[in-house]
Write a protein that binds this ligand. Structure first.
Ligand code: SF4
Ligand code: SF4
Length: 129
């Protein structure tokens, strides 16, 4: 993916307009059933690989709210497709936009351990330099 928005989100939606990949939607537009929080679409998130820092986490007022998740790559296909945390978009022409079909860029500098532990993006800022 990607980054994941946790339950500490206050739904201020400040992150939505900052995302260069239009990957973030408000709770009202989340594909999750009974969504309560702003949501990141992992099939769109590019981890802001062309920017100094992930833009969403940079503007988020809630410390630790946005955390790392696994890369949206073939290796983690089942992780994303089978997860209750995500509902992957089904494209009219291309079908399910799974990591197998449409992998996304990710930051090499963020370890698998950090991702698996869902460490806050803000806590890893030192890794970007
Ligand atoms: S990391 Fe970047 S691309 Fe991903 S949701 Fe946040 S702002 Fe969008
Ligand atoms: S900026 Fe942070 S608190 Fe506000 S909606 Fe986005 S994730 Fe939630």
């Amino acid at each position: 993916m990607a980054v994941f928005i946790t339950e500490t989100c206050i739904n201020c939606d400040a992150c939505i307009d900052e995302c260069p990949a239009t990957a973030i939607v408000s709770a009202d537009e989340s594909p999750l059933p009974h969504a309560e929080f702003t949501y990141v679409k992992p099939e769109k998130c590019i981890e802001c690989v062309d920017a100094a820092v992930p833009k969403c986490a940079d503007v988020c007022p809630t410390e630790g709210c946005i955390v790392w998740d696994m890369p949206y790559t073939e290796e983690y296909n089942d992780y994303f497709v089978l997860s209750d945390d995500y509902v992957i978009r089904v494209h009219k022409k291309h079908g399910l936009l799974s990591p197998l079909v449409a992998p996304r860029p990710f930051r090499d500098s963020i370890s698998q351990d950090v991702r698996a532990s869902r460490i806050g993006v803000g806590e890893t800022l030192k890794l970007y330099n």
